[in-house]
Design a protein around this ligand. Structure first.
Ligand SMILES: O=C(CO)COP(=O)(O)O
Length: 249
């Protein structure tokens, strides 16, 4: 059985005091589903968040990391640094990192390798832009993003990979993919995996949907057979909204 996961990507929001306040509110929420719950605070607040979520069942994950072991990469954070403060999962390939920080499939492949070599789990993000969808190229784009960054891996590596389909046109726009659009793409992603690694692997990989998931649309999206959860931006900054989404399964 693949895992159901709801992860909150806080992006560049919440200073230390706000992180404390939001985690205190999250800790008061009741979970009524089996979904795994994750939050991704900023790098400066990971250590605090790791400590203050102990015993809550919420996993703290990182939003990014560098591909090198260590060295002269001013401003960057390594996998070992994350591991050393108890962080075992990292988001890689978010469209904002691709767009604003020039992350490419090639650099992401290196980040994937480093994270896996440190025994970390990865939430690997990808998704087409509006122009791609208008041109009917969404499957071509998504297929190549997955192949270029992940298809050098061994089948066993996929135990540590969670995929997150985030159509760029639905991120922060209030425009969600319809549940059918999400399901169609997730089925395509699973078939892409199955063609390369076989059905057993493809059936075990959790595929999350991200892009304007809110309490009022989460249930419809999560009931689709190939949607195993969500990567939540804006709505993860409010504890009640985030847990309404967690409990939408
Ligand atoms: O980018 C996202 C999560 O990583 C989605 O953001 P929104 O939920 O704000 O659209």
């Amino acid at each position: 059985m693949r895992k159901q996961i709801v992860a909150g990507n806080w992006k560049m929001n919440n200073d230390l005091a706000q992180t404390e306040t939001l985690i205190a509110s999250l800790a008061k929420q009741a979970k009524t589903t089996d979904a795994e719950v994750m939050i991704a605070p900023s790098a400066t607040n990971l250590w605090h968040a790791y400590n203050s979520t102990k015993g809550t069942g919420i996993e703290v994950v990182a939003q990014n990391m560098h591909f090198a072991e260590n060295g002269a990469y001013t401003g960057e954070v390594s996998a070992s640094m994350l591991k050393s403060i108890g962080i075992n999962t990292v988001i890689l390939g978010h469209s904002e990192r691709r767009e604003y920080f020039n992350e490419t499939d090639e650099t992401l492949a290196k980040k994937v390798d480093m994270a896996l070599s440190k025994g970390m789990r990865i939430i690997f993000c990808f998704g087409e832009e509006l122009a791609d969808r208008k041109a009917g190229k969404e499957e071509t784009v998504v297929g190549s993003q997955i192949k270029n960054a992940l298809f050098h891996l061994a089948a066993a590596d996929f135990q540590d990979i969670i995929l997150a389909y985030e159509p760029v046109w639905a991120i922060g726009t209030g425009e969600t993919a319809t549940a059918e659009q999400a399901q169609d793409m997730h089925a395509f992603i699973r078939k892409t995996l199955a063609d390369k690694y076989g059905n057993d692997i493809a059936e075990e990989v959790s595929i999350l949907y991200g892009g304007s998931v809110k309490p009022n649309n989460a249930e419809e999206i999560f009931t689709k057979p190939d949607v195993d959860g969500g990567l939540i931006g804006g709505a993860s900054l409010n504890a009640e909204d985030f847990f309404a989404i967690v409990n939408a399964f």
